[in-house]
Design a protein around this ligand. Structure first.
Ligand SMILES: C[S@@+](CC[C@H](N)C(=O)[O-])C[C@H]1O[C@@H](n2cnc3c(N)ncnc32)[C@H](O)[C@@H]1O
Length: 353
């Protein structure tokens, strides 16, 4: 028996299939499929996390299990990838509704305050790419992530680090530990194209960051750990725009040159042993600068001593003062308590320990 509803349902099904096909053919989804092949291969390399001291902190063990669905993401999920990165930095599009005008005004004020500190024209808004969202301010998208990245760029410039990456005619290597969805990598690579940007993270996270970066930079030359024998990962590193390295293989990876190591909102969630290992590795590779935007320790993290103290063992820490409030807060929230806020720390490598 046919009903009047069936042809409509058929049409809707056809329309869905058409949308899915468009999304499947899109560069971003093809990039995701490429990334996923490498992520699965990296997961299969199977360093025993427990015996090699790479057990994620309690906090991250819980978080990782929430990304399982990203191993089988629909093309429609990839087309809106930024709507799925709330697992990483907590932002959702509904926080930026047009109706929230008072909040929009607060964001505009904070952006203005950061612009006053910026002497090098470093502002980059959220890209509309893959469902990018934010308050529209002067025709540009602004959200907490973009304000955070802007703050970091201004701090790196004030800390006398960034200029040499921006103006360099020589290739530089920047290495970020825990890059989340890749938003800062996107910004730094846009401002400093002559950089090879290495990301160390859990392989599952590359489903977000590598997909985003490959979508943002379709011409980028990319290397995934495992594509070539391990010892050759950094051969001809100058020819690559991005290198994606699983955390379990970080310690044994030794590029001949590292110019800057970065960590944002991530050391604070690791164990003391993990932060030590990352900072010591940077020191041993003679990386001159280590930058951190972290709390000394996240409130819930009982496995960590103090981020700044650990950095201080290998790097001479210089705190760069920015706004009186930490990055997630607006200016009217009142100044941070001295011990609880996020600190911008530019570390200079110690000559000897
Ligand atoms: C809260 S997110 C921050 C992401 C990004 N830095 C930002 O500020 O937008 C924390 C990041 O640290 C990574 N992470 C956590 N523990 C890690 C570990 N032991 N080694 C490497 N990355 C880790 C997570 O996978 C995630 O990418």
């Amino acid at each position: 028996m046919t009903t009047g509803a069936e042809p409509k349902a058929d049409l809707a099904e056809k329309e869905l299939q058409r949308r899915l096909q468009v999304a499947r053919d899109a560069h971003a989804y093809q990039a995701y499929l490429r990334v996923r092949r490498h992520v699965i291969a990296q997961l299969a390399l199977g360093h025993n996390r427990r015996s090699s001291g790479h057990v994620p902190s309690d906090y991250w063990s819980g978080e990782l299990s929430r990304f399982d669905y990203m191993l089988d993401a629909s093309p429609l999920v990839i087309a809106q990838l930024r709507h799925h990165t709330h697992n990483l930095t907590g932002l959702l599009p509904q926080h930026y509704r047009v109706s929230l005008d008072t909040k929009r005004q607060q964001f505009a004020e904070k952006l203005e305050a950061l612009r006053d500190l910026d002497q090098a024209d470093l502002w980059l808004p959220e890209a509309p790419l893959l469902g990018g969202f934010g308050f529209e301010i002067d025709g540009e998208l602004v959200n907490i992530d973009t304000l955070k990245f802007y703050e970091v760029l201004v701090a790196l410039h004030s800390g006398a680090v960034l200029a040499e990456f921006r103006d360099s005619t020589e290739r530089r290597l920047v290495w970020e530990i825990g890059a989340g969805w890749g938003g800062f990598a996107y910004q730094l690579k846009t401002l400093c194209p002559n950089v090879t940007y290495v990301i160390t993270d859990f392989p599952e996270l590359f489903l977000f960051s590598a997909t985003y970066l490959l979508a943002a930079f379709p011409e980028a030359r990319v290397r995934f750990y495992g594509e070539v024998p391990a010892g050759e990962t950094f051969d001809n590193w100058q020819e690559f725009d991005f290198v994606f390295l699983p955390d379990t293989f970080h310690a044994e990876s030794k590029p001949e040159q590292v110019d800057l190591m970065l960590n944002m909102v991530s050391f604070q969630e690791m164990t003391t042993q993990q932060v030590h290992a990352y900072v010591r590795h940077a020191y041993e590779l003679e990386c001159p600068y280590l930058y951190s935007l972290n709390r000394d320790r996240s409130h819930h993290n009982r496995e960590l001593s103090n981020v700044r103290s650990i950095i201080g063992e290998y790097y001479w820490p210089h705190e760069v003062k920015m706004l009186p409030v930490s990055y997630p807060k607006m200016l009217d929230a009142g100044a941070d308590l001295p011990k609880s806020g996020y600190k911008h720390v530019v570390g200079w490598r110690r000559v000897r320990l």
